[in-house]
Design a protein around this ligand. Structure first.
Ligand code: NDP
Length: 336
């Protein structure tokens, strides 16, 4: 079987492609440039991977040519979407590309994806709650929750724009299948903060992708530096990759949103794990207030993803394992 995957160079996507190839799927990935495609081809080193160039997902007809060349594809994974918060133009940098990218790939499937049976969109917990509601202990969320950010509100700043963009894009996907009879079955994957190793050691950069940089930034601090307490949900990128595969392999996931989380973290929990497991960093990074992490996360909204866990049927990795594996990879790169 051949899987057509958008945004193959991304942190999550590289892990998905690696998992797919290990499971014997052929993969056609879209990348923005030939250089990026060649680089990924070298890393994967497999005849099962091919790439097509799609420089900008938000341009009308962006995917038409790429998909028309691959009638063999039976599965479509749409992961490409801007993920950053730092922008002075939230509408054009975040909101419109997310919505247009989703509509463009769905239109391309209608026109050229005649053998596509399953369509999976990488949405986010950002579509489930707003940044504010996520931090509100009086609120509860599950697979059926949506944030209530309006289009106008989403234009106020980068964070609200990202949260708005993810809900607008996912809603656009559900609306598209409503009005397009015969369109392949749709499943959404909604991960919380995704942490864990890069698919390839060589992809470790000084500054990592947005979510992992939260962990990486902690070991850049000196022993007396203060750090901001970030908190939210966590899930391992390797579990997120597995979930994308099960999302299209299983019948029971059709029409569902898979809310991927294995619990909640605070930066203090991460620094505790790092100090406990990496003696070589002792005294070089802060300790903060060890053991206070569980107090911090009491102020977060309640989440229930038991339906998702039951549907997927595998155990998600612990925060300890995720943080240790992430830092190990970063330190290994530094020692080279
Ligand atoms: P990355 O930034 O690593 O990956 C994003 C991918 O999308 C890259 O391949 C990027 O290409 C591509 N892309 C972005 N904008 C465009 C565009 N306008 N045209 C073409 N390609 C584009 O992020 P992640 O891997 O972390 O995220 C992947 C998906 O997962 C996103 O949909 C994100 O919203 C979602 N997600 C991520 C979470 C996390 O914690 N990491 C949590 C929940 C959801 P290039 O690198 O060449 O710019």
């Amino acid at each position: 079987r051949t899987v057509f995957l958008t945004g193959a160079t991304g942190f999550i996507a590289q892990n998905i492609v690696k998992t797919l190839i290990e499971s014997d799927y052929n993969v056609v990935g879209t990348v923005r440039t030939e250089a990026k495609g060649d680089h990924l081809t070298k890393l994967l080193n497999s005849e099962k991977f091919k790439y097509e160039i799609v420089p900008d997902i938000s341009v009308d007809g962006a995917f038409d040519e790429a998909l028309s060349k691959h009638p063999e594809a039976t599965v479509l994974l749409h992961t490409a979407s801007p993920f950053f918060y730092d922008t002075t133009d939230p509408e054009n940098d975040l909101v419109l590309p997310a919505i247009r990218g989703t509509k463009n790939i769905m239109k391309a499937v209608t026109k050229f994806g005649k053998n596509i049976e399953r369509f999976v969109i990488t949405s986010s917990d950002a579509a489930i709650y707003s940044a504010e509601d996520e931090q509100d202990a009086t609120k509860s969320f599950d697979e059926l929750s949506w944030n209530n950010i309006t289009y106008e509100e989403s234009l106020t700043d980068g964070v609200t724009a990202y949260y708005g963009a993810k809900s607008f894009a996912e809603k656009a996907a559900w609306e598209y299948i409503e009005k397009t009879p015969g369109f392949p079955a749709l499943t959404a994957v909604n991960p919380v903060y995704v942490f864990g190793p890069q698919a390839f050691d060589s992809e470790v950069k000084d500054v990592l992708n947005v979510s992992n940089e939260l962990i990486n930034s902690l070991i850049k601090l000196g022993p007396n530096d203060k750090f901001e307490i970030d908190k939210g949900g966590f899930v391992d990128v390797r579990d997120v990759a597995k979930a994308h595969v099960l999302a299209f392999e299983k019948e029971e996931t059709i029409g569902k949103r898979l809310f991927l989380t294995n619990g909640q973290f605070s930066s203090q929990m991460m620094i505790d794990i790092i100090n406990e497991n990496f003696p070589e960093l002792k005294g070089k990074i802060p300790v903060g207030e060890p053991g206070t992490g569980p107090e911090h996360i009491k102020s977060l909204g309640r989440v229930d993803n038991s339906k998702t866990k039951q549907l997927l049927g595998f155990e998600f990795s612990s925060l300890d394992k995720i943080v240790v594996d992430t830092i190990k990879q970063v330190l290994a790169k530094k020692s080279k």
